[in-house]
Structure formats: structure tokens, C-alpha cells
Design a protein around this ligand. Structure first.
Ligand code: FAD
Length: 457
């Protein structure tokens, strides 16, 4: 058994890996560059997380995340529900009773900081883990092809294995990387958090727990989160200067107020902002291949090997799934860290790579269509993407609903809807004269930019 493990990075992947490995009996040092979470959950919004700036943006936790949390870390799942996270049952369309044999499926929206706060709470009571805050791992120490530890601010922490969970900007993986594939996601985020005032009902749920806006030229949504918080988000093309002004608080608020379907939660007396408008740029889809002579004991998980577009809300699920896979491999291979590393890489190629390719394809299509709209040559509606159409048709045919939701929640493969059965069922729904409901009644890109121009004089 490899006795000593350093987990570098305490985001979703690192925190869950540290918990799972300590529960298997390993001695774990978790090293995180940022400071510890606040004592009280009520102060979590002020927690400074410069090492993971996406913590300040809304997060959807898909069915795969919820399933893994429930099955692998049930106490953490329970604690999360006890601390203000509400799940949304996705097994059947809203108002429809799920068939008895339906696969259990739920997802939730939550501030990332709340999820991490609960994971930290579990670590505090966990034997076998030491958590070091405010320390940066600089380098993996290697000797004769094997990991010996990590260099941390001048000192060395000895270890037999290093779990690299330092995220998409990992300072460690470069030393072992053979090839990098990288393409821009083609969007910049602007988001802001609010808290509902007493008596104001929470936003509803449809397909995913969000109220949609946009679709052509930009994206937007209102996401219900934990403890009666919610977030408004806009996504725009990086080169779109008109929407670039969304970074300004007044312009952002004008845009949010231009979306009629957000009005019940943004009208005066409904909610108060609990943070600034924050941007997120420089987003890429990234895939890294490691060199064949990567040292035994170097074990990357989460965003390190594969980063996907946040607009699809998949990264946190892959982070937890990577930690769970690592834990299984350690259980199976123990001291054979070469086998653990090979197993981990095979898992990422088999399970995550198809979603990476799916996301890159979607981003190319979306970027092309948004650009056409922004350039003033909007394309005729090309119809909904098949996965969305199938999910909507699922309100008529509940088996289609289940299949579409399993895929959307990463619990079936990207090509799982590409079957004769799904096509036949979809055709049967369309043959009844059914038409998909309008997902986003507006505003259009022009209406939104006009509203911003009017606001900015
Ligand atoms: C704007 C935005 C919105 C997103 N929304 C969603 C969503 O809705 N749903 C979803 O599933 N995913 C979403 N994602 C993706 C998701 O946040 C990531 O996939 C996920 O955070 C990956 O987890 P991780 O633990 O691998 O990395 P991270 O969460 O990035 O954690 C890495 C950790 O390592 C620490 N660290 C870094 N360097 C060092 C070092 N040298 N030494 C020690 N510690 C270090 C960092 O401080 C950080 O705590 C979003 C991403 C972005 C950018």
C-alpha cells in the first residue's frame, strides 16, 4: 500500500479525493494555496478563492455529481441538503409521476463555495488527513521515474503519490505533458449573485433549474442556488464589444431588467445583490496527453487533463468522477502506482474524452451562429439541437424524457440518443402535430443591445 499521498489543490476534485483516500486508510496531506473556509456558512460569500476564480460564478451540479455524492460520500450529501441545498427531481417531467423502474435522477444548483464548505467540514472530522492552507505546490519531486514528494514554498513534503488536483491552470502537469489540444470556448461570462427576500417564491424548474434567456447572439439564465440565493448570468462572444459593457454594474442590471422572465425575482422588493458583477474570460476546451515516461505516482484528476466549457456545466461532475475512479483504482491496485496511473488515463480517455469532443463540436456551432447574429446576418432558425428537442418531446413521451435526461446529466454517453428507437419515438411525437415550446421568449440580441444603448445614453 502506498502509505503517503499528497493531494495538490483543494477544489472539488482534491477535496473529494482526499476524503475518499483517507477513508481507505491512506495518510493524506492536502495542500491548498488559498485560505480556509469561514467558520459560518453565512459568511461563505466573502470567502476569497483567487486560486479558483470560478467559485464566484454559479454552478449547476448535474445528475452524475449528485449520484456520485449520494453513493460515494453519503454523509456529505446529507450534510449538503441540511445546509440549504435543494435538489430537483429529474426522473419525470414536472407534475408527472415517475415510473417505479425509472433511474433515480436529481440535480441541483449551488454556490460552489457552499459545496466546498461542506466538503471541508467532512475533512475536519476525518482521521488520516492533514489540510495545509496558504501553501502552493511548486513542483513534483521525482527520482528514478517515481514520485518522491512535492516542493512547497522551499520545503519538500515526502510522498509516494501526488494527486494533481490543481485545476485547469495546473503548474505541475506541464512537466509531464506530451501534447496539448486547445480551442477557445468562444464565450465570456458575466454573473452576479442575489438573495431572495422573505416571502418571495424561488424560481421554477424546467429541464434544468434555470430560467432561460437568449439563444441567438448571447446566452443568459437565472439559476436558483442554495439558501435562497440565485445568480443571473450572461454569456457573450469575447469580441462582442456592445455586450462587453456587461462588466459594468449599471449595464449588467439594465440587461437583467430587459429580460421579462427574470422580472419576478429582480423587481424591487424581491431580492438584494450579495456580490459584485464578476467576469470570466479566457475559457478554453483543453485536452492534455501525458508523456509515456510520466513518473509512477503522478495522478492528475479534475480539470488538469481535460477542461470543458462551463456553459455545459459538466466540469464539477468530472472532477468528482475522477476522484471516485482514483479511489477505485487505489483499492484495486494499491501499491502498484504505475497501474493506478495507467488506469486513470484510460478512464479519462474512455469516459471524459467523448464529452470533450461533444463540447468542442457544440462550441464551434454555437460560436458560428452567435457571430452571425452579432454581425447582423442572423441565421434562419435551424431547429433545436437533437438532445434538447428529445428532452422537450419527453413531456409527451416519458421514456424519451428519461433517455434525454440521463444524457444531459452525464449518466449516459453523448451518442446515447442516436438510436433508431429514439428517432422513431421522436417522429411519433412530431407526427401528432406537437411543436416544442419556446425556450426563450426574448429579448433578441438587437432588443438587448438596444436596451443597453438606451441605458448608457
Ligand atoms: C465560469 C465557470 C463556471 C462554471 N460552471 C460550472 C457548472 O455550472 N457546473 C460544473 O459542473 N462545472 C462548472 N465549471 C467547471 C468547474 O468549475 C471545474 O470543472 C471544476 O472546478 C474542476 O474542479 P477541480 O477541483 O479540478 O479544479 P478547481 O476547482 O479549479 O480547483 C483547483 C484547486 O487547486 C488550487 N491550486 C491551484 N494551484 C495550486 C498550487 N500550485 N498549489 C496548491 N493549490 C493549488 C486552487 O486554489 C483550487 O482550489 C465552471 C467553470 C467556470 C470557469
Amino acid at each position: 500500500m502506498a502509505a503517503r499521498i499528497v493531494v495538490a489543490g483543494g477544489g472539488i476534485a482534491g477535496l473529494s479525493a482526499a476524503l475518499l483516500l483517507a477513508r481507505q486508510g491512506y495518510a493524506v496531506d492536502l495542500v491548498e494555496r488559498d485560505g480556509p473556509p469561514p467558520k459560518d456558512l453565512g459568511d461563505v460569500q466573502e470567502w476569497q478563492r483567487p486560486g479558483a476564480p470560478q467559485v464566484r460564478h454559479p454552478h449547476m451540479f448535474l445528475g452524475l455529481f449528485r449520484h456520485l455524492l449520494h453513493t460515494r460520500l453519503p454523509d456529505v450529501h446529507e450534510d449538503l441538503l441540511a445546509h440549504g441545498v435543494d435538489e430537483v427531481d429529474m426522473t419525470a417531467p414536472p407534475g408527472v409521476e415517475a415510473p417505479a423502474d425509472a433511474t433515480e435522477l436529481a440535480s441541483f444548483g449551488s454556490r460552489r463555495a457552499t459545496v466546498e464548505w461542506v466538503l471541508h467540514r467532512a475533512l475536519q472530522g476525518q482521521a488520516g488527513v492533514r489540510v495545509h492552507h496558504g501553501l502552493s505546490v511548486r513542483e513534483v519531486v521525482v527520482d528514478r521515474g517515481r514520485v518522491r514528494g512535492v516542493r512547497v514554498n522551499g520545503a519538500v513534503i515526502d510522498a509516494d503519490a501526488v494527486v494533481d488536483a490543481t485545476g485547469r491552470r495546473s503548474p505541475l502537469v506541464g512537466a509531464f505533458t506530451k501534447e496539448v489540444e486547445e480551442s477557445p470556448c468562444g464565450n465570456v461570462y458575466h454573473s452576479r449573485f442575489y438573495r431572495l427576500l422573505d416571502g418571495v417564491p424561488k424560481p421554477p424548474t424546467f429541464l434544468v433549474p434555470v430560467v432561460f434567456a437568449g439563444g441567438a447572439g448571447f446566452g443568459g439564465g437565472l439559476y436558483a442556488h442554495d439558501n435562497r440565493t440565485f445568480a443571473v448570468v450572461f454569456a457573450r462572444l469575447p469580441e462582442d464589444e456592445a455586450l462587453g459593457r456587461l462588466r459594468e454594474t449599471g449595464t449588467f442590471e439594465a440587461a437583467a431588467n430587459a429580460v421579462a422572465q427574470f422580472e419576478p425575482w429582480l423587481r424591487p422588493g424581491s431580492a438584494e445583490p450579495i456580490g459584485d458583477v464578476v467576469p470570466m474570460a479566457g475559457l478554453t476546451n483543453t485536452w492534455r496527453e501525458l508523456t509515456p515516461d510520466t513518473p509512477s505516482g503522478y495522478l492528475p484528476i479534475g480539470d488538469v487533463l481535460c477542461t470543458t466549457d462551463p456553459i455545459l456545466g459538466r466540469g464539477a461532475s468530472f472532477a468528482l468522477a475522477g476522484a471516485a475512479e482514483l479511489s477505485d483504482l487505489m483499492g484495486r491496485h494499491g501499491a502498484d502506482l504505475e497501474a493506478v496511473g495507467a488506469g486513470l488515463r484510460a478512464y479519462v480517455r474512455r469516459t471524459v474524452r467523448p464529452w470533450y469532443e461533444d463540447g468542442v463540436h457544440d462550441d464551434v456551432e454555437r460560436t458560428r451562429s452567435w457571430r452571425a447574429t452579432v454581425d447582423g446576418r442572423p441565421e434562419p432558425p435551424s431547429g433545436l439541437p437533437p438532445a434538447v428537442l428529445t428532452a422537450l418531446a419527453g413531456q409527451q413521451d416519458h421514456h424519451l424524457w428519461e433517455l434525454a435526461q440521463l444524457r444531459a446529466n452525464l449518466m449516459a454517453s453523448p451518442d446515447s440518443l442516436d438510436t433508431p428507437e429514439v428517432r422513431e419515438r421522436l417522429d411519433a411525437v412530431l407526427a401528432t402535430g406537437w411543436e416544442p415550446p419556446v425556450l426563450s421568449p426574448g429579448p433578441s440580441y438587437t432588443e438587448l443591445t438596444d436596451a443597453l444603448a438606451a441605458h448608457n445614453g
